[in-house]
Design a protein around this ligand. Structure first.
Ligand SMILES: Nc1ncnc2c1ncn2[C@@H]1O[C@H](COP(=O)(O)OP(=O)(O)OP(=O)(O)O)[C@@H](O)[C@H]1O
Length: 365
């Protein structure tokens, strides 16, 4: 049982505040991913929890006990970094066994623990090798094995697969997930890769410039982003956003993308999302490419648009549609729009529409 809690954590490097009042509770066995752009404070947060970095304000609690004044070695937390940091002169077996040397375990117990973890990580046949004879993926498996072998209270991982090539990263991602499902253990994982975050996390913690933006399951942050930053950081391709004007005429309301030609407006059912705050400026509409419906024939609610660029991705295409000055990305069936320059018709699915305050970026409605 390991819970980790951050209460009002703050950290400065000189004049620069890199963690700003961070509050977060991580439950036992939870897989938490800290996600954000480079420099947003993820690593500093992780190092603060591990005890490799001091914090300036606030509390870090492990199982309810404040640990911010405890040395790293006394916190019983294991850490895996992007660089594998294995001992080159030791075999895989010796590398994994190393953290157990300082314990009172007998040789037989150490042997059992090493072989057990090697089996889980599928590296049993590599135990006699030196790190120089391992692939990048295997090296990282060994590093994870070494971190886990002493059954730490929690596992912290800082971009552990960031240095691997794309295919291996995908493989290792699945492996880390499998390991977590099998083994349990409270895990905090740092990455700037939103796909990795979505694939691994029970909950994602999105940070920007030292400030926590949103905490939620992958589905929550994808479907209900709390602000424009999250909306555009999570999801690939990126969510379409456009400043819009909501106008009412003849009792019916419309959402007009700014820069769109005269008479170009989406008749909106979308308005119900605005909770009566319609007819206002300063709104940004967000809609993911899968929320843009495209068809060949004219139909009620569909607007004529021109296909500008088509990206065929195998299972589907991403099509850039031109609406006046605006570009709208749509996800279509593969080959549905044949050529750039084709005229098609597009509609926004109200169920996929998000509104944000253009000034603050905060979700509206
Ligand atoms: N020891 C240090 N001294 C001064 N500034 C630091 C130090 N460590 C980190 N920083 C700064 O603190 C900010 C947060 O860094 P941090 O490494 O936590 O970000 P990150 O989100 O993990 O980014 P990355 O993915 O690039 O590691 C950055 O602006 C960084 O330059």
């Amino acid at each position: 049982m390991t819970q980790i809690e951050l209460r009002g954590v703050q950290k400065w490097f000189g004049e620069v505040q890199v963690i700003k009042d961070l509050n977060l509770r991580i439950e036992d066995n939870e897989f938490i991913v800290l996600l954000g752009q480079s420099g947003c404070g993820k690593t500093t947060t992780l190092r603060g929890i591990a005890g490799l970095e001091t914090i300036d304000e606030g509390d870090i609690l492990i199982d309810g006990k404040p640990v911010q004044h405890m040395k790293a070695a006394d916190r019983d937390i294991a850490m895996v970094f992007q660089s594998f940091s294995l001992y080159p002169h030791m075999t895989v077996y010796e590398n994994i066994a190393f953290p157990l040397r300082a314990t009172r375990m007998s040789k037989g117990e150490v042997d059992k623990a090493v072989r057990e973890i090697a089996k889980i990580l599928r590296i049993s046949d590599l135990l006699g090798r030196k790190p120089s004879a391992l692939s990048g993926g295997d090296m990282q498996r060994v590093a994870i094995g070494r971190a886990l072998v002493r059954r730490p209270k929690a596992m912290l991982m800082d971009e552990p697969i960031g240095a691997l090539d794309a295919k291996l990263r995908e493989e290792m991602r699945a492996e880390i997930k499998r390991l977590h499902v099998k083994q349990g253990s409270t895990t905090i994982y740092v990455t700037h890769d939103q796909i990795e975050a979505m694939a691994l996390a029970d909950r994602i913690v999105i940070m920007h410039e030292g400030v926590l933006q949103q905490v939620g399951s992958p589905e929550e942050v994808y479907r209900y982003p709390s602000n424009l930053f999250v909306a555009q950081f999570v999801g690939s391709p990126v969510m379409n956003v456009a400043p819009v004007r909501v106008s009412e005429s003849n009792g019916s309301a419309q959402v007009v993308p700014s820069g769109a030609p005269e008479g170009f407006a989406f008749p909106l059912e979308l308005l119900s999302k605005l909770n009566g705050k319609a007819a206002s400026d300063g709104l940004t509409l967000g809609i993911r490419p899968e929320g843009v419906e495209v068809r060949h024939e004219a139909a009620a609610g569909y607007l004529p648009v021109e296909a500008h660029i088509i990206e065929p991705l195998g299972s589907h295409d991403i099509v850039d549609l031109k609406i006046g000055e605006q570009m709208l990305r749509a996800r279509t069936k593969a080959g549905y729009v044949a050529r750039a320059g084709d005229r098609v018709f597009a509609r926004l699915d109200p169920a996929h529409a998000h509104f944000f305050d253009a000034q603050s970026g905060i979700r509206w409605g």
